[in-house]
Design a protein around this ligand. Structure first.
Ligand code: FAD
Length: 384
């Protein structure tokens, strides 16, 4: 069996194949030179300087998995083509993740995807440095938090009208805008960046933002270009069914690169978050070993920004209404709840981890909720 990609989904695939009884040869091909490591701390502890090594605690020798690090999968024919030569397989899991989008322009710009990216950015977060962050999404918010804490002068430029607008809708994201002001950060929304130039950003509408350091956090694209011409269906990721199968027998995909069919939400989902990379591989491994498991999670992620724990479960685009639990303009925690009819389909919580746990269980169980009880933060999130 072969795993293409050495991120969390790749590691978890190798572990799951062994845990589920596979005893044959196993090889993981990973483009980065490092042993597989965890990414969430890169924008948190690593940028703060609290942690420098996030290598995953996997005993590769005990696992009996050959690591081909610093090598890329380059194509899929009847073998896996790689920079280390062609590899024959009877089972393949594609776990090549996603890569950050860069902006045009000749100026230096950081992105944040790898441990090398994180170390390079951390070295520039010095007191007084002018840091421009393009994008007020998850990465932008977390980097802004770390840069402000390091004493930098931070400007965040966001094309949409609110932070997190693309991720969780502007009406919810806008409630996080005051966190930027409280951290001493200038947040400029509705401003599009044309290019990164020496000395800062050129704005699409004219004008510029001067900066010593630029971090581009405008999203990622699935790493699937190497599969062009392979016969697999690619459409914003490797298209797979609810068992994570591609159209080709014995070839599965999992993690950030996989767009799977969600029975719960009746649509294809591609979720660029840790929980998916953690859990989907067990389903892919089971399928490769002849099992019949379905991957039908309630997507989940978290973000730590400006001293707040933000958590999300579900898929809000299927909702018809949203209601608040608690006052997002007041101090203290609050949640946003999305409903389709009287069913909870998504929940975002700020410093209310219990709401998240209870909400996620209700979403998974397709349970009905009472709207007025749900809107009352003093009453636990529960089904009717
Ligand atoms: P990746 O981690 O992208 O791993 C894919 C690997 O495959 C990479 O090493 C890549 O180099 C390699 N590769 C690519 N192409 C090839 C090829 N052709 N051949 C061989 N190898 C290849 N999620 C949360 O839920 N909460 C968080 O707080 C959070 N914080 C994050 C912070 C940062 C800075 C980042 C970058 C991500 C964060 N995430 C978070 C998201 C989470 O880390 C990802 O969803 C997860 O890493 C995806 O794992 P993956 O294995 O699918 O892909």
């Amino acid at each position: 069996m072969i795993v293409a990609g050495g991120g969390l989904a790749g590691v978890r695939t190798a572990e799951a194949l062994r845990a589920q009884g596979y005893t044959g040869p196993l090889t993981l091909v990973g483009a980065e030179p490092h042993r597989p490591y965890d990414r969430p701390p890169l924008s948190k502890g690593v940028l703060r300087g609290d942690v420098d090594d996030t290598t995953l605690d996997t005993d590769w020798a005990a696992l009996g998995c050959e690591l081909l690090l610093g090598h890329r999968a380059t194509g899929l024919t009847d073998v896996l083509e790689t920079t280390a030569g062609p590899l024959a397989f009877d089972g393949l899991v594609i776990a090549t993740g996603a890569a950050p989008i860069r902006l045009p322009g000749d100026g230096p710009q950081h992105v944040l995807r790898t441990i090398d990216d994180a170390r390079a950015l951390r070295a520039e977060l010095r007191p007084g440095a002018r840091v421009a962050i393009v994008g007020a999404g998850w990465i932008g918010a977390e980097v802004a938090t770390a840069a402000a804490a390091a004493g930098c002068r931070v400007t965040v430029v966001e094309a949409a009208d609110a932070p997190l607008a693309g991720a969780v809708a502007a009406e919810v994201g806008t409630k996080t805008a005051r966190w930027y002001a409280e951290a001493g950060i200038e947040l400029r929304t509705g401003v599009k960046v044309a290019s990164v130039e020496r000395g800062g950003l050129d704005l699409a509408g004219g004008g510029s933002v001067e900066a010593d350091v630029v971090l581009t956090g405008v999203g990622v694209r699935p790493e699937t270009a190497w599969l062009e011409g392979s016969g697999l269906t690619l459409d914003d990721g490797v298209v797979v069914d609810e068992r994570l199968r591609t159209g080709r027998p014995g070839v599965y995909a999992a993690g950030d690169c996989a767009a799977w069919w969600s029975p719960t939400f009746q649509r294809r989902l591609r979720v660029e978050h840790w929980d998916t990379a953690l859990n989907a591989p067990e389903v892919a491994a089971a399928g490769l070993l002849g099992g019949e498991r379905v991957y039908d999670p309630v997507p989940y992620f978290w973000s730590e920004q400006f001293g707040h724990m933000v958590q999300y479960a579900g898929h809000h685009p299927v909702a018809d209404t949203m209601l608040w639990r608690g006052d997002p303009s007041a101090a203290g925690g609050w949640s946003a709840c999305w409903l389709s009819g009287d069913r909870l389909v998504a929940i975002l919580t700020v410093d209310r981890p219990r709401d998240l746990l209870q909400g996620r269980r209700i979403i998974a169980g397709h349970k009905r909720v009472d709207r007025s009880a749900l809107a009352d933060p003093a009453i636990a999130v529960k089904e009717t």
